[in-house]
Write a protein that binds this ligand. Structure first.
Ligand SMILES: C[S@@+](CC[C@H](N)C(=O)[O-])C[C@H]1O[C@@H](n2cnc3c(N)ncnc32)[C@H](O)[C@@H]1O
Length: 451
C-alpha cells in the first residue's frame, strides 16, 4: 500500500520529522485497507503525535493538514521540528518528499488576502487552495466549494448500476474519481476514461493514495471501444457517463471556462490539442458564431452577441462576459447575476462556446452510437445530463435503440437529485439521471415476451 505524507501547517510553520540520519520528511505511514487518505492522516496525527488535525486537500504524495489542536509529541522517540514553510526547501528533505515540499513552500508563499473586498479569484475563493475553513464556510452558505468536485446523485447511480461486486464497469468521465471510487469500493473492476490529462494525473494519484484500484485511460469517450480493447476487454457489465465539465475545470481561471473570474479564453478540456475558444472566435464568421450560440446555448440574442464578438474577438473570459453584456444592452459594468436564482447573462454563451471548442455533441453522439456494442447482455448504462441539449441527445438515442430492441424497455423519465442534494450542492440542480438495461441474448428470451 502507498506510503502517505501528512503535511502539517500552523501559522506559516510546517512540521518535519527526522527519519534517516540528517534527512527530514513529513510525518506519514500506511493507510489501513479501506481507509481514506484523509482518515489515515487524522489517525497518524493522533497515534504518533497526540494531536487532533483537520485534513484538507491533497498535495503531491501527501495530505495537507492546516488546523492542529495540541502540541505534537512523537510517540516513538523520533525528532520533530517546526520549520518556516517558506524556508522549507533550505532543509535536507528526503528526495521522495521533495515534490510535496515544493508544493507546500509555494502554497505558503501565496498572497493571502485578509480584507473584506476581494478582487481576484484566489482571494475570493480561498477554498480553491484547500483552506478547510473556507471549504466549510462555502458549504454552510449553500455554495459548492470552488475547485473541489462534489459527485452528483452517487447513491442513485450506484443503485442503477447494481450488481457491482465482480462487475466490470466503464466510467467514461472519471473527473475527480468520485463515482469511480464508490464503484471500486463496492467490488467492481473500474476502468476510468477522461480526455483531460492534467486532472487525470491528479485523480490517478489521489485514487492510488486511497488504495483504490481504478484502471485509467486518457481518451475522449468516443474512443471507448479502443480503450477497452487496449485493456483486453470487449464489453462491460455497466457503463456510466457524468457529462460536461468538473468543478476543478470550471473553477480554475487558467482553464478559461467560467465567467466567475478572469482568465485566458481557452475552454479546452484537453489542453494538449485543438483550438482555444479565443482562436475559434477569431477565425469563425459571425453567422457561424450565431449558429453555435443558438444550437448549443439556446441564446435568444445570438445574432447580436455574435456581431459584437466578431467586431472585437475577446481573448479573456472577462472580455467575453463584458462583450455579451454590451450586446444585450446591459453595459459592461452589469455582467453580474441578478440574484442566486437567475442565470448569469453570459451563461448561455459560455456553455455554447465550450460545447463547440470541445466538440461535445459529436463525442456524445459517438458514445451513444457505440453503447450497444460496449455493453454485455443484461448490462446497464447510466447517464447524468445537465442541460437540454444533452437531454435531447441521450433521450433521442436511447429511445431509438429501445425501439430497435436493444434495451429491456424504453428509458423511464429521468431521476432528479433530492431536495437535500440540491440544497447542499447547488451544481446538482440541473442533473438528470437516465438509465437503461441491455436485453439478454435472443435465445434467453421467452416467446411470451414477444421479444
Ligand atoms: C462532471 S466531470 C465527472 C466527475 C466524476 N463523475 C466525479 O465524480 O468525480 C466530467 C469529466 O468528464 C470529462 N469529459 C468530458 N467530456 C469528455 C469526453 N468526450 N471524453 C472523455 N472525457 C470527457 C471531463 O474532462 C471531466 O473530467
Amino acid at each position: 500500500m502507498a506510503r502517505l505524507s501528512v503535511v502539517v501547517l500552523r501559522s506559516g510553520m510546517v512540521m518535519l520529522t527526522r527519519r534517516a540520519p540528517d534527512l527530514w520528511g513529513f510525518p506519514g505511514g500506511e493507510p489501513a485497507p479501506g481507509e481514506t487518505a484523509a482518515d489515515a492522516a487524522k489517525r497518524f496525527l493522533r497515534e504518533q503525535f497526540g494531536v487532533e488535525g483537520e485534513p484538507g486537500d491533497a498535495v503531491p504524495g501527501g495530505i495537507l493538514v492546516t488546523k492542529v489542536a495540541g502540541k505534537p509529541t512523537p510517540a516513538d522517540g523520533r525528532e520533530i521540528a517546526w520549520v518556516e514553510a517558506r524556508r522549507l526547501l533550505e532543509r535536507e528533505i528526503s528526495p521522495d518528499e521533495r515534490p510535496a515540499a515544493e508544493a507546500v513552500a509555494a502554497h505558503r508563499r501565496r498572497d493571502r488576502y485578509q480584507g473584506t473586498h476581494p478582487k481576484t479569484f484566489a482571494h475570493k475563493y480561498k477554498e480553491l487552495a484547500g483552506d478547510p475553513e473556507a471549504v466549510a464556510k462555502a458549504k454552510a452558505r449553500g455554495s459548492t466549494p470552488a475547485g473541489g468536485h462534489v459527485s452528483i446523485m452517487v447513491a442513485e447511480v450506484l443503485a442503477a448500476l447494481e450488481p457491482l461486486s465482480g462487475a466490470v464497469v466503464l466510467d467514461c468521465t472519471l473527473g475527480a474519481g468520485g463515482h469511480a471510487a464508490e464503484l471500486a469500493r463496492r467490488g467492481a473492476r473500474v476502468v476510468g476514461l477522461d480526455r483531460d490529462g492534467e486532472e487525470l494525473a491528479r485523480t490517478r494519484e489521489r485514487l492510488a493514495e486511497s488504495g483504490l484500484k481504478v484502471e485509467t485511460v486518457k481518451t475522449d469517450y468516443s474512443g471507448a471501444k479502443g480503450a477497452l480493447r487496449s485493456l483486453g476487454l470487449d464489453a462491460v457489465d455497466a457503463l456510466f457517463a457524468d457529462l460536461g465539465v468538473s468543478s476543478m475545470q470550471l473553477d480554475r481561471p487558467e482553464r478559461g471556462m467560467s465567467f466567475k473570474n478572469d482568465g485566458p479564453l481557452d475552454m479546452r478540456m484537453d489542453r494538449s490539442r485543438g483550438e482555444t475558444a479565443a482562436q475559434w472566435l477569431a477565425r469563425a464568421t459571425a453567422a457561424e458564431i450565431a449558429d453555435v450560440l443558438r444550437r448549443y446555448g439556446d441564446e435568444p440574442d445570438a445574432e447580436r452577441v455574435a456581431a459584437v464578438l466578431k467586431a472585437h474577438p475577446p481573448k479573456t473570459t472577462a472580455a467575453l462576459a463584458s462583450a455579451v453584456a454590451t450586446a444585450k444592452g446591459l453595459g459592461p459594468g452589469r455582467v453580474k447575476k441578478r440574484d442566486a436564482f437567475s442565470a448569469h447573462p453570459a451563461a448561455r454563451t459560455f456553455q455554447a462556446l465550450r460545447l463547440q471548442v470541445n466538440d461535445e455533441r459529436h463525442s456524445l453522439e459517438a458514445l451513444l452510437a457505440a453503447l450497444p456494442s460496449l455493453l454485455k447482455p443484461d448490462g446497464r448504462a447510466a447517464f447524468l445530463t445537465f442541460h437540454s441539449g444533452e437531454e435531447r441527445l441521450v433521450k433521442g438515442a436511447l429511445d431509438a435503440q429501445a425501439a430497435a430492441g436493444v434495451w429491456r424497455c424504453a428509458p423511464a423519465a429521468p431521476l432528479k437529485p433530492s431536495p437535500a442534494e440540491t440544497r447542499d450542492n447547488p451544481r446538482s440542480r440541473s442533473a438528470r439521471l437516465w438509465t437503461v438495461v441491455r436485453r439478454p441474448p435472443a435465445e434467453a428470451r421467452t416467446p411470451a415476451t414477444g421479444a
